[in-house]
Design a protein around this ligand. Structure first.
Ligand code: ZN
Ligand code: ZN
Length: 183
């Protein structure tokens, strides 16, 4: 089983920050969506509190390509980077579909377009249940998505994730139970 810790809870309004998460499982130490935050220490301080240095991080996963979820990727010098269509490591670009891709026994990716064409959801098996890190929801109140490029696809993938997940960690807010997901 993996463990998940939220490093910083995102928000959206006059200012915007993404929710940044830490996943640990076996040999994997992954940061999800190291994007826009008030300062890099908003990511690095909580990481240090968990005993993890930037050099320790093995993988970064980005939910999609908007800067509010990608800005701080380069804080982590030793990573494999994962997005919707490839894994990148140093100067190697390995194309692959994200759907079903496994970083470990407990961490897998789903292709969940809707907000953009390039959205993925990170599914993690933990003792607390199955967690979904996803931009399908902005936060616990985001019934819709005013920026969605395709609302039908968004709703389709929301349904799909809700069938598999116990807890949703949204793009710009705190975690909420899947049964409480706004629709
Ligand atoms: Zn976005
Ligand atoms: Zn966002």
């Amino acid at each position: 089983m993996a463990t998940v810790d939220i490093l910083t809870v995102g928000y959206v309004g006059e200012r915007v920050a993404g929710t940044v998460s830490l996943i640990r499982d076996e040999h994997v130490i992954a940061v999800v969506d190291p994007g826009m935050v008030s300062s890099r220490w908003t990511i690095l301080d909580p990481l240090a509190e968990h005993g993890v240095t930037p050099e320790d991080v093995t993988d970064v996963i980005i939910s999609h390509h908007h800067p509010d979820h990608t800005w701080h990727i380069a804080l982590f010098p030793n990573i494999r980077l994962h997005d919707y269509w490839a894994t990148y490591e140093r100067d190697m670009w390995t194309s692959r579909p994200a759907e079903g891709y496994e970083l470990s026994d407990s961490i897998r990716l789903l292709e969940t377009p809707g907000h953009t064409r390039e959205d993925i959801t990170t599914m993690v098996e933990t003792d607390a249940g199955t967690l979904a890190m996803t931009h399908l929801w902005w936060n616990a109140n985001s019934a819709g998505d005013p920026r969605a490029f395709d609302v039908d696809q968004l709703n389709h993938h929301r349904d799909r994730v809700l069938k598999q997940a116990t807890i949703i960690i949204p793009g710009h807010g705190a975690a909420f139970p899947a049964f409480n997901a706004p629709v």
